[in-house]
Design a protein around this ligand. Structure first.
Ligand SMILES: Cc1ncc(COP(=O)(O)O)c(C=O)c1O
Length: 367
């Protein structure tokens, strides 16, 4: 079976480096928020081209902490997309703010700026832009949009590790960016981990407190925070894995390019290919098909695993049925949720794996 992810097939040198990192931490006798975290925070800040990075427990917390550090909370509305991981919207709710859902652009599955404009109210305080599937597009338009409406931009970079738009890295456009290092992400820990990035010293300092019970100096708690600290062992392993990220991202891009050229089936639509200004990192390679169920079964028969990102848009989730939204509805997101399918696109795939996926997709005839 060609899997969506295959950690066991990672290079043995990487395994060894991670084991070495684990040993280093165990022998240091310091396990939470120590030198490894500080070193990885510096490394990630430099990679993102920002001044500060704050290691936290996971990507969802990174979003919540970013919003709280920006004073976005009760009574404030945050515009975002229904085509995302549940965590995006849950983080807004946990910050005490009100999510408002705008529709997507069907060509890219990213937030539609026209729909977002219809969602702006006097209570709108932030836009939470999700760089879905690894693509950072159209940032000038989004920065202009936020400036025009006087709202903060927060970037959900969980799927866009070091993706760029006109050479600038995801997370460096807005007031803050939130990364997840969940194992399946382009840079993933063997467990949960996350990072907030920002150029603003005050936001970084507040995030540093919020992740640690709201503590300013030891045993002093000027505000209520949470426990969302990054472990030394994860920071140490992530630092090792980071050395492999450029090569792994390049492999994802090659696979995506081969799919883009090789998939030729009238029943299948590819999402818009990257423009020149965009360095897509292909966390996921997503196609759409009206007969998605039949296609997925066909792929399975041909030993190709596939997943759906995402089968249920946020407003169809039980706790979110009454969530505020674009008055014109969220039709594009609903359609995408019934047709999208993610094909395997990870750095451990061989050329023959890629060819086998293309052959399986192209041999689908449907009803
Ligand atoms: C777009 C998006 N946002 C947020 C998250 C949350 O990250 P984590 O699982 O690390 O909390 C994820 C990961 O699942 C994601 O894909």
């Amino acid at each position: 079976m060609i899997l969506m992810n295959d950690f066991k097939a990672e290079p043995p040198e990487l395994r060894e480096a991670m084991l070495g990192a684990a040993r280093r931490v165990l022998e240091s006798g310091w396990y939470v928020l120590g030198n490894e975290v500080v070193a990885f925070e510096k490394q990630w800040a430099v990679a993102c081209g920002v001044d500060y990075a704050v290691g936290v427990g996971n990507g969802m917390d990174a979003i919540e902490i970013a919003l709280r550090a920006l004073d976005v909370g009760s009574g404030d509305e945050v515009i975002t997309t229904p085509m995302t991981a549940f965590a995006t919207v849950l983080a807004i709710l946990r910050a005490g703010a009100t999510p408002v859902l705008a529709d997507i652009n069907p060509e890219t599955a990213l937030l539609s700026i026209d729909s977002a404009a219809r969602c702006v109210t006097p209570k709108t305080k932030a836009l939470l832009l999700v760089h879905l599937y690894g693509q950072v597009r159209n940032m000038k338009a989004w920065l202009d949009f936020c400036a025009k409406h006087g709202i903060k931009l927060v970037e959900d970079c969980a799927q866009a590790h070091l993706a760029t738009w006109q050479g600038k890295v995801a997370g460096s456009f807005g007031a803050a960016g939130a990364y997840s290092f969940y194992p399946t992400k382009n840079l993933g820990a063997p467990g949960d981990a996350g990072m907030l990035v920002t150029d603003d010293e005050a936001i970084a300092q507040r995030a540093g407190r919020l992740r640690n019970y709201g503590q300013s100096i030891r045993y002093h708690h000027p505000e209520l925070g949470m426990n969302s600290r990054l472990d030394e062992i994860h920071a140490a392993m992530l630092a090792e894995r980071m050395g492999w990220l450029p090569e792994f991202t390049e492999r994802r891009r090659q696979i995506a390019k081969t799919y883009q050229m090789g998939i030729k089936n009238p029943k299948i639509r590819l999402l818009a290919s990257p423009e020149e200004s965009l360095a897509h990192v292909f966390h996921l390679y997503v196609i759409t098909c009206e007969q998605r169920g039949a296609l997925q079964a066909h792929l399975e028969q041909h030993q190709v695993q596939s997943h759906i990102h995402y089968p249920i848009p946020i407003h169809h989730q039980e706790p979110c049925r009454d969530i505020a939204r674009d008055p014109q509805g969220l039709g594009n997101s609903e359609r995408h949720a019934t047709t999208c399918l993610s094909l395997p696109c990870h750095p451990q795939m061989t050329d023959s794996n890629v060819a086998a996926v293309i052959a399986a997709v192209n041999s689908f005839q449907g009803a």
